[in-house]
Design a protein around this ligand. Structure first.
Ligand code: BG6
Length: 492
């Protein structure tokens, strides 16, 4: 089966932070893949902008190295590589000063009214200064769009300030706030599952759903990002954006159509209906953890503080929480969210746990009857499983067993699973904001997160320790078990 390629208009992608990790690991490979798929028009160009002292040749060499590192050898043929690298150019400019900006304006002048995407692959501290210069140097015209990476701010006040600064130069319909989880195939498939099937929607409510679990577990530590991570922590890095976006897609009402504002209006209603987590000082509804040395992928790994190189930090590398949505559909249905670094496995999944049957017609000897579960696996091994009770085959009376109807995307569709950035960058070129966060959504998410941050900043209680390679602190297990439920640990 082959995927369909929707053409995009000619465009220029200008990447600020062009020599940084995101550009090298994600953006260059994503654009390369789209080029190989035949989706980039002949007049698509990429201009890298950074402070580094590169010339054109030096930047092309850096891009070549990135492709060799992040693209499989069978796709990276010499012809494909040469065709893609010919699209690149490099401009040296300062994000914090005016040096180099005339050069950038000159480089863009010949493109006339072509779509220009300014991708700010830099730290958020530079978003304001970059937008201000894009405005002042006359680059933020009607055909220009700006893309900003998360996190938008570090709390509600700073997010508002940042949004103001961006908004002075770019109107909201030309601002694209990336949450790369929304570009993941399996996350988009969640919308297909809910709204292209008549089967689940009638059951998708408090009358039939007992609870929902959303797990985004990583086996890696903070790697080389400890400096950034220590100022953020898991609540800001994962919960405020990726996890709450997943929760919104599970919980939102069906939008009237799949256009950007219809979808984002529905997500916003969910965020606004979130009940405050309540007493964040206690571990009843929210637990923060930090990993200690342990074992991961068969080898010994250091703890967070060793990776950070400091004797103390209260930054959390793990969060588990119980969220509740105050509306008619979800009243009384807990949403348990859990994310962390250095956990037992890399697995992201959503479990819709249905209610138990009201009455059993079977003898006790048939065995326990587990409630049905729909498991949406986001990564790795994307797919959907529906756990059902069946009769154990053969003689010996009625014995019941839980078996899954199992759909693996890799088996169902034999195509390469595109990276989220491939989809998202081209959506910006097309002017489609559906998979990007609107300003009010980001601010609503921060409004819910802020009281937790405040409570933690006043607390003298450090994060609960957990050993690397486990499922987090025992308090996180107690959080759900207190309600008579258990986490579906990986492989569900
Ligand atoms: C990023 C976070 O947004 O998402 C990282 O900043 C995290 O800390 C990453 O590792 C996870 O993304 P993925 O696509 O690997 O699940």
């Amino acid at each position: 089966m082959t995927s369909r390629v929707i053409p995009v208009p000619p465009f220029v992608l200008v990447v600020f932070g062009a020599t940084g990790d995101l550009a090298r690991r994600k953006l260059l490979p994503a654009m390369f893949h789209r080029d190989v798929a035949g989706q980039l028009p002949a007049q698509a160009s990429l201009i890298g902008v950074a402070r580094g002292n590169f010339d054109q040749e030096g930047y092309v060499a850096l891009a070549r190295e990135s492709l060799r590192e992040h693209v499989s050898a069978d796709e990276l043929t010499p012809d494909a590589e040469a065709k893609f690298l010919a699209r690149l150019s490099y401009i040296r400019a300062d994000a914090d000063g005016d040096a180099g900006w005339d050069g950038l304006a000159e480089a863009l002048a010949p493109y006339g009214d072509r779509v220009v995407v300014f991708y700010l692959a830099t730290g958020p501290a530079l978003f304001g200064p970059l937008c201000e210069r894009l405005g002042r140097f006359g680059l933020a015209n009607e055909t220009a769009r700006v893309v900003v990476e998360k996190p938008t701010g570090k709390d509600l006040a700073s997010a508002r300030l940042l949004n103001e600064e961006i908004g002075k130069v770019f109107p909201e319909e030309r601002v694209y706030r990336i949450d790369h989880y929304l570009g993941k195939e399996a996350v988009q498939n969640l919308m297909a599952l809910r709204f292209a099937n008549g089967l689940f929607e009638p059951l998708w409510n408090a009358a039939h759903v007992d609870h929902v679990q959303i797990t985004v577990a990583e086996s890696l530590g903070v790697e080389g990002r400890a400096g950034y991570y220590d100022t953020a922590g898991a609540l800001r890095d994962m919960v405020q954006n990726h996890m709450l976006q997943l929760l919104c897609l599970v919980a939102m009402e069906p939008p009237a159509q799949l256009d950007a504002d219809a979808v984002r209006d529905e997500k916003l209603k969910v965020l606004r209906a979130l009940k405050p987590v309540g007493d964040a000082f206690s571990t009843h509804n929210i637990v923060r953890g930090q990993y200690r040395a342990g074992a991961s992928a068969g080898g010994a790994v250091p703890g967070y503080l060793e990776e950070l190189g400091r004797p103390a930090s209260t930054t959390e590398t793990f969060v588990a929480l119980k969220a509740e949505i105050h509306n008619w559909r979800w009243a009384g249905v807990p949403f348990y969210l859990r994310t962390g670094k250095r956990l037992a496995e890399r697995v992201s999944e959503i479990v819709i746990a249905f209610r138990e049957i009201p009455h059993s017609v079977f003898e006790p000897a048939a065995g326990p009857i587990a409630a049905n579960r729909l498991v949406i696996r986001l990564q790795p091994d994307e797919g959907v499983k529906l756990w059902l009770m069946t009769k154990d085959p053969g003689p010996g009376g009625m014995r019941l067993r839980e078996v899954s109807l199992d759909m693996s995307f890799a088996n169902a569709f034999r195509v390469r699973n595109p990276d989220a950035y491939e989809r998202l960058v081209l959506d910006v070129v097309r002017g489609n904001q559906t998979l990007f966060m609107r300003r009010d959504e980001v601010e609503a998410a921060w409004s819910w997160i802020d009281p937790i941050l405040q409570a933690w900043s006043q607390s003298t209680e450090p994060p609960k320790p957990y050993t690397a390679g486990t499922w987090g602190p025992s308090a996180a297990i107690a959080l759900i078990e207190r309600d008579g439920r258990t986490w579906a640990d990986g492989g569900s």
